[in-house]
Design a protein around this ligand. Structure first.
Ligand SMILES: NC(=O)c1ccc[n+]([C@@H]2O[C@H](COP(=O)([O-])OP(=O)(O)OC[C@H]3O[C@@H](n4cnc5c(N)ncnc54)[C@H](OP(=O)(O)O)[C@@H]3O)[C@@H](O)[C@H]2O)c1
Length: 347
């Protein structure tokens, strides 16, 4: 990719995925503009993608060659209760982004989800399987996929699985939830054994997305870590990583949490990266390796505060690190440590 010729616009960059995408892409492209409706970083500027006039103003001024469209309503329960907000954000705004990209010949990257599937398949979903969403979030994201494909000829639709990333400040998903309970002193955790998926580490995703863009092979791709597991399996691995054999992990079915997590969830969100593999650029690691990397790098002090021996036991040999993003991640992690330990102690 000729980096000096590319201008990148990112929407929804203030969330979990943007937290990995922005540093990775801004260290490789001369011009990267990161936007969100919530300006929670100094490197973000304001853009609510539902504001079509402001979206068009950004596109006209920046003339991006690549638009990474991350902005989405991602809270499944919020989407169930506010379906119009979900439709406006995930589908209608995507149509406007796609039209704006087509008008200037830009490449559109639309991030989608395993939640477009109904979860009934035995085995892994590939790009050849037909979506059939069972909840508002999945339906609106699938509608967004169709808008992207219908209105922008140079489009990538890239489906992620259970997102892992963001660190203490941005992670609002399962991993941070479990770590928060560990650090707050819980001696018994509960995790669901009847929902299966494929974790997706945001830093691996950023690296693989960069390679995919370079291919110019437009279309639909799955981009998840290798393997699969239940929420229980993920929680078990978190406890193993943190060396907390003293904490009991209770296996429950999803009815245990149905009051708080009332949105329907597919039984299976397990995906395979068949199209990436066909191109020879499937760089995603096994999810257990990626999860270990994430926790050890982003939450070392939190784990150490829960168990004085955990950090020493789990610290990786950084001299062996060869992935290009490790330097960036280490600097980011150092800057966030005091905030991280404060938040986890609260949470
Ligand atoms: N999180 C997952 O498990 C997961 C799994 C598969 C795919 N994905 C997809 O991956 C992409 C990135 O999501 P993420 O994991 O980074 O989730 P996230 O942390 O919720 O990030 C999404 C970001 O978009 C922002 N946003 C929401 N509405 C917006 C609007 N109208 N205009 C501009 N920004 C808006 C959000 O702001 P607020 O926080 O203020 O709402 C948030 O900063 C999304 O397209 C999502 O559908 C996510």
């Amino acid at each position: 990719m000729r980096l000096e010729n590319e201008r990148v616009l990112i929407t929804g960059a203030g969330g979990m995925l943007g937290n990995a995408i922005y540093p990775y892409f801004s260290s490789r492209f001369a011009t990267v503009t990161a936007t969100d409706k919530d300006v929670n970083e100094r490197w973000l500027s304001k853009l609510d993608v539902r504001d079509t006039a402001d979206l068009r103003r950004h596109v006209a001024e920046l003339r991006p060659t690549i638009v990474l469209h991350l902005a989405a309503c991602t809270d499944l329960e919020f989407c169930e209760v506010h379906p119009q907000v979900a439709r406006d954000t995930n589908a209608s705004a995507t149509r406007e982004v796609a039209i704006a990209c087509e008008e200037i010949g830009a490449t559109l990257v639309y991030i989608s989800t395993a939640g477009v599937f109904d979860g009934t398949k035995q085995g892994f979903y590939t790009e050849a399987d037909a979506p059939n969403p069972i909840m508002v979030y999945g339906q609106t994201k699938y509608d967004g996929e169709r808008e992207a494909a219908a209105h922008c000829s140079r489009h990538f639709i890239v489906r992620a699985g259970w997102m892992v990333g963001g660190g203490a400040a941005k992670d609002h998903k399962f991993v941070h939830h479990i770590l928060g309970q560990i650090v707050s002193g819980s001696k018994r955790l509960h995790a669901v054994n009847d929902r299966f998926g494929t974790p997706t580490y945001t830093h691996d995703f950023a690296l693989n997305l960069f390679r995919l863009l370079d291919s110019h092979r437009y279309g639909t791709y799955h981009m998840v870590c290798e393997g699969s597991g239940s929420r229980y399996d993920v929680a078990r691995h978190i406890l193993d990583i943190s060396g907390r054999a003293d904490i009991e992990l209770v296996s429950v079915d999803s009815s245990y949490f149905e009051k708080n997590y009332f949105a329907p969830r597919p039984v299976s969100e397990m995906m395979l990266n068949a199209n990436l593999s066909a191109l020879g650029i499937n760089l995603m690691r096994p999810w257990r390796d990626a999860l270990r990397d994430y926790i050890v790098r982003e939450f070392p002090l939190a784990l150490a505060s829960a168990d004085p021996n955990a950090e020493r036991r789990q610290r990786p040999d950084r001299r062996k690190s060869s992935e290009p993003w490790h330097g960036i991640e280490r600097r980011m992690s150092m800057g966030r440590r005091s905030e991280e330990s404060r938040q986890l102690k609260v949470g």
